[in-house]
Design a protein around this ligand. Structure first.
Ligand code: PEP
Ligand code: MN
Length: 342
């Protein structure tokens, strides 16, 4: 259920409606929009009796939300959510006309490695740096990440190069630490349905980049985002990173058709990760171009200065010079669409 406030409704009127909703044992989620504020109601098992709410001052109407993802849905909020990431080199936004570029290694391996890559991606125009300190690996014997030592290196990258930091939390314990160091908390594909982690991310005070599970439908993906919003964190960026199919020419099948589909159903920004989406270095550039052409709000790519010796995901990591080309070409495509690279 959604309580739509009149465009001239005051803050006190919005607050009074929220209090009324909470007094019914339900949860109120004010969703400010450009034209008007809507208040999402969750926690009800059956229909909400809207009698009392409808007659409150400032209320325009009460409308049912047909989708199971109440807060993530465009029914709840028509205009795009703009996620704002403050970084030392200014605010990076996702969900507006700018296309964000997030680049860096799969994993932070050493200070030298992270610095060498950060220097190059920054020079090429990136403002957000990615790099895992906690790595969810298929094998327990593979490199698991430098953990807090990796987060400390990322903090140094932030201070030295002015880049915003995107890094993954793999469980509630790591999320406590990641929240302190990162500008954006990444939730990986394998954790898309780790509901306790999603709820914890929903209580975090930093934006969340939520990757699509490798066999998740769009509805499941949006429901996972709903977990984060339902706990109060509305700063969520969706990320398509490829799904499992029978195709064996790539590691995953990058589902670019999910971009317009998600944008139709949800107001949240969505970015594309062509690195995990293909698993092959030579496919990252063409699919980055395609991602911008299809209307993605950003791209997330793995870049390594010595991919042959990378401790994870070397085969899909592009070289810094390839990243420079990627920025040039995706920037040209963005310009055709009246957008800019961020
Ligand atoms: C990553 O970004 O390095 C990663 C582990 O991605 P995913 O969760 O999409 O596999
Ligand atoms: Mn990776």
């Amino acid at each position: 259920m959604l309580v739509v406030m009149q465009s001239h409704a005051t803050e006190e009127q919005v607050r009074a409606v929220c209090e009324c909703i909470e007094s019914l044992g339900l949860r109120a989620h004010p969703i400010p929009g450009v034209a008007r504020t809507a208040i999402g109601i969750t926690g009800n098992r059956g229909e909400v009796d809207t009698g009392a709410l409808e007659s409150m001052p400032g209320v325009a109407e009460c409308i049912p939300v047909s989708k199971p993802y109440k807060l993530v849905s465009r029914e709840a909020k028509q205009e795009n959510t703009v996620v704002r990431i403050p970084t030392p080199c200014g605010e990076v936004t996702l969900g507006d006309r700018a296309v964000a570029v997030i680049a860096g290694p799969c994993a932070v391996e050493t200070r030298e490695q992270a610095f060498a890559i950060a220097e190059r991606v920054k020079a090429a125009g990136a403002r957000l740096f990615r790099g895992g300190a906690y790595k969810p690996r298929t094998s327990p014997y593979s490199f698991q990440g430098l953990r807090e030592a990796g987060l400390k290196i990322l903090a140094e990258v932030r201070d030295t190069f002015g880049l915003g930091i995107v890094t993954e939390a793999i469980d509630n314990e790591s999320l406590d630490l990641v929240e302190n160091y990162a500008d954006v908390i990444q939730i990986g594909a394998r954790n898309m349905q780790n509901f306790s982690l999603l709820k914890r991310a929903g209580r975090a005070l930093k934006p969340v980049l939520l990757k699509r599970g490798m066999s998740a439908t769009l509805d499941e993906f949006l429901m996972a985002a709903e977990y984060v919003l339902s706990e109060g964190n509305y700063q969520v960026i969706l990320c398509e990173r490829g799904v499992r199919t029978f195709a064996d020419h790539t590691r995953n099948t990058l589902d670019l058709s999910v971009i317009p589909a998600a944008q139709r159903l949800s107001h949240l920004p969505i970015v594309v990760d062509p690195s995990h989406g293909t698993g092959r270095r030579n496919k990252v550039l063409p699919l980055s171009r395609a991602a911008v052409a299809v209307g993605a709000d950003g791209i997330l790519v793995e870049v390594h200065n010595d991919p042959a010796r990378a401790l994870s995901d070397g085969p899909q990591s592009i070289l810094p010079e390839e990243f420079e080309q990627l920025v040039r070409e995706t920037g040209a495509i963005a310009a055709v669409l009246g957008r800019t690279l961020n």
